[in-house]
Design a binder for this molecule. Structure first.
Ligand code: SAM
Length: 236
């Protein structure tokens, strides 16, 4: 099946923002305003704890956007690589958020990247934050399968900010709902999944996942969840 969705939002939207308004560029906003630093700190803490990120780790950030979040994570490890298909955002990432020689950003579709990257074994941890729901179903399935097959040194993969399908009716009450929007990766929120659907997707692709929730004071805690994936064959 060929994807027929309009996936251009993240290639076009960032260009409408102030070049230094990094959080608006990746839509990390509430009522149109960038979220406070305390909220960013909560994300960084959740990811670092979830990944058990240490100075020995090399991190792969899939759909890294402008690198504004990636840089906090690179600070906690040996370095790594961020990959995104938006030329505008990767340009910002390379200009503002490369702090050491062992940190870099690459312009590429993540599906193509996982299929072709020549040194997949160098990464020990990976993240896909606020982005997985924008991948069409088949691409999401293929991404997780290929990561498991080729990136064999990855011990933990953090998939963050997933829209929870069980909270969808609450979310859309008082908002415009278009039938089928929950399966549209090009919609502003992307694809909604239940926790069980996400667990099944990860198991089918070779991962075991633990679902976690952000603290209630996190701005999106009421309708999103995170998942920490470990290779299925590495379970104790
Ligand atoms: C909401 S932003 C999140 C960026 C970053 N992870 C963060 O949390 O700040 C979603 C990102 O996914 C990227 N993206 C979506 N589909 C992609 C794909 N197939 N390949 C690479 N990047 C993709 C977009 O360009 C955008 O930068």
């Amino acid at each position: 099946m060929t994807d027929t969705y309009d996936l251009s939002f993240y290639k076009e939207h960032p260009k409408t923002c102030d070049p230094n308004d990094f959080w608006s560029q990746v839509k990390r906003t509430v009522n149109g305003k960038p979220i406070p630093q305390k909220q960013i700190d909560m994300i960084v803490e959740a990811v670092c704890n979830g990944l058990d990120l240490s100075v020995d780790d090399t991190l792969l950030d899939l759909c890294c956007g402008n690198g504004a979040l990636t840089t906090y994570l690179f600070e906690q490890c040996k370095g790594g690589l961020g990959v995104d298909f938006s030329p505008y955002l990767i340009n910002i990432a390379s200009k503002h958020f490369v702090k050491r020689p062992q940190e870099s950003f690459k312009l590429q579709d993540v599906g193509e990247f996982v299929d072709t990257y020549p040194e997949p074994e160098q990464f020990s941890k990976a993240i896909c934050y606020g982005s997985f729901m924008f991948l069409p179903h088949e691409s999401a399935y293929k991404l997780l399968s290929t990561l498991r097959l080729r990136f064999t040194s990855i011990r933990k993969l953090y998939i963050g900010n997933l829209p929870d399908k069980l909270m969808m009716s609450e979310f859309f009450s008082g908002r415009d709902y278009r039938p089928g929007i929950e399966n549209d990766p090009g919609a502003p929120i992307g694809i909604w999944r239940t926790k069980q659907e996400f667990i099944e997707l990860s198991e089918e692709t070779g991962w075991s996942s633990t679902i976690v929730r952000m603290p209630p004071e996190f701005f999106a805690a009421h309708y999103r969840f995170d998942a920490i994936l470990t290779p299925l064959d590495m379970q104790k």
